[in-house]
Design a protein around this ligand. Structure first.
Ligand SMILES: Cc1cc2nc3c(=O)[nH]c(=O)nc-3n(C[C@H](O)[C@H](O)[C@H](O)COP(=O)(O)O)c2cc1C
Length: 194
């Protein structure tokens, strides 16, 4: 009997352990209609002062935007992510504008991570896979996507339909499985951080 590495110690909604980040994209197109609900889910994430600092730029397989984002990926990621249906760059505004005065927003990355989490779970609900990547050239991507002044790039996400793991290079096939997690007992302190 196979033993899943995703056993929980406490009862939670199955979405949290069923979502994972495969690399085996099916080499199929993703329509704009299929992609937009993922941004819609991200849109409703909570943020400090409801500032909504997250920003997204995307390309659909075969279009110029997709090629621009793909060109900024490190070769390891590009090799499998080019088979995704869409590539999405995630950035955030690092400053707040209030009454014409600009000040740093210390929570911009925290809030944008929350939005990405909703995006990923919505992808899972829609029967799609979403795989975030930090392996990209930020200078190349900023230039290619016209990242505005004061914005910070966080990740590129490959989105699409899951394909056959057997189509991945052998080295990646071995890693194509849901991963475990550190136990709560090593993560959560009662009264103080561990
Ligand atoms: C911000 C961020 C950057 C990541 N960068 C990469 C990457 O460059 N290449 C890659 O193959 N996976 C990347 N990952 C995927 C993680 O390795 C993966 O989410 C993690 O191992 C947990 O696995 P799971 O998403 O399947 O639960 C990244 C994930 C996040 C959230």
């Amino acid at each position: 009997m196979s033993h899943s590495p995703r056993q929980t110690d406490h009862a939670i909604h199955s979405q949290f352990i069923e979502r994972w980040s495969p690399r085996s994209f099916a080499d199929t197109v993703l329509t704009q209609e299929a992609l937009m609900p993922l941004f819609e889910a991200a849109r409703w994430a909570p943020s400090a002062s409801n500032n909504q600092p997250w920003r997204f730029a995307y390309g659909l397989r075969g279009d110029a935007g997709f090629a621009k984002i793909a060109s900024a990926l490190v070769p390891f990621n590009r090799a499998w992510a080019e088979k995704a249906g869409a590539l999405v760059a995630i950035a955030s505004a690092s400053t707040l504008e209030r009454d014409g005065v600009s000040s740093p927003n210390p929570w911009h990355a925290f809030d944008t991570g929350t939005a990405w989490g909703s995006f990923a779970l919505q992808a899972h609900h829609a029967g799609l896979i979403a795989h975030a990547m930090g392996g990209f050239d930020a200078a190349v991507l900023a230039e290619a996507l016209k990242l505005p002044e004061g914005y910070v790039l966080h990740a590129v996400v490959a989105v699409g339909h899951q394909g056959d793991a057997a189509d991945l290079p052998e080295m990646l096939q071995a890693r194509e499985a849901p991963s475990p997690r550190r136990p709560i007992s090593e993560t959560v302190g009662h009264g103080a951080f561990l």
